[in-house]
Write a protein that binds this ligand. Structure first.
Ligand code: AP5
Ligand code: MG
Ligand code: ZN
Length: 215
């Protein structure tokens, strides 16, 4: 069965961690608007310069910008057998636009998986997160520590801390999540697509809960 997925959840819930495992299992691409925006920031493009202001403040990049990015990305051929949207949609307006885009393509979402984690855990996860500059593998200094500090186990690349993973910025991101993104849970419950999965415990256990709701 085709899988057109949305992963919902607060910052640090494990969307990226789980998405990478789903990519392996189902051979469908991960579409992370956060990753796309960070690449644009690193490349210093106009989009990157514009987005950086919002990202550094822990706020959302304007809807029309991210909707445009996703609309183009979904047209690429690797999306024809399904995809994992990670971090999009994040507002009810984005969710409605996504519905329109998919309807026009003769397609639709198959599952929305909401990963639930308590706020205290989110702060610990985000302040300890490290990401590989080369292959974007994710680590945590306590929970998923690399064998050698600062070095990626998979490719030897340098591990870095995201600019928005400072405590103050994390607090803004959590606030923005509550105000603008959490209402999507009700929105998708209404469509009958919503599946909730507890996001605390081992990464592999969470992964099996997710694959269970997808099958
Ligand atoms: P984005 O990159 O999407 O960030 P986010 O939603 O804040 O989520 P994160 O990537 O921080 O968390 P995650 O759920 O992926 O967790 P992860 O797997 O890394 O967005 C960044 C910014 O871009 C936004 O603030 C906004 O400005 C902009 N943006 C992006 N999309 C947008 C949109 N649609 N509209 C407008 N603006 C947009 O895990 C976190 C850590 O926890 C890791 O260290 C990991 O190793 C660890 N971990 C994972 N699972 C577990 C576990 N089970 N137990 C212990 N540790 C764990
Ligand atoms: Mg992420
Ligand atoms: Zn790496």
């Amino acid at each position: 069965m085709k899988k057109n997925l949305v992963l919902l959840g607060p910052p640090g819930a494990g969307k990226g961690t789980q998405a990478k495992m789903l990519v392996e299992k189902y051979a469908i691409p991960q579409i992370s608007t956060g990753d796309i925006l960070r690449k644009a920031v690193a490349a210093g493009t106009e989009l990157g310069k514009e987005a950086k202001k919002f990202m550094d403040a822990g706020g959302l990049v304007p809807d029309d910008v991210v909707i445009g990015l996703v609309r183009e990305r979904l047209k690429e051929s690797d999306c024809k057998d399904g995809y994992i949207l990670d971090g999009f949609p994040r507002t009810v307006n984005q969710a409605k636009s996504l519905d329109d885009i998919l309807t026009k393509m003769g397609d639709g979402l198959t599952h929305v998986v909401s990963i639930e984690v308590d706020e205290d855990d989110l702060l610990t996860r985000l302040t300890g997160r490290r990401t590989c500059r080369e292959c974007s593998a994710m680590y945590h200094i306590t929970f998923e520590a690399p064998k050698k500090s600062g070095v990626c186990d998979k490719c030897g690349g340098e591990l870095y801390q995201r600019d928005d993973d400072k405590e103050e910025t994390i607090k803004s991101r959590l606030k923005v999540y509550k105000q603008q993104t959490e209402p999507l849970i009700t929105y998708y419950r209404g469509t009958g697509l919503l599946k909730t999965v507890p996001g605390t415990g081992g990464i592999k256990d969470i992964f099996s809960s997710i694959t269970k709701v997808l099958e």
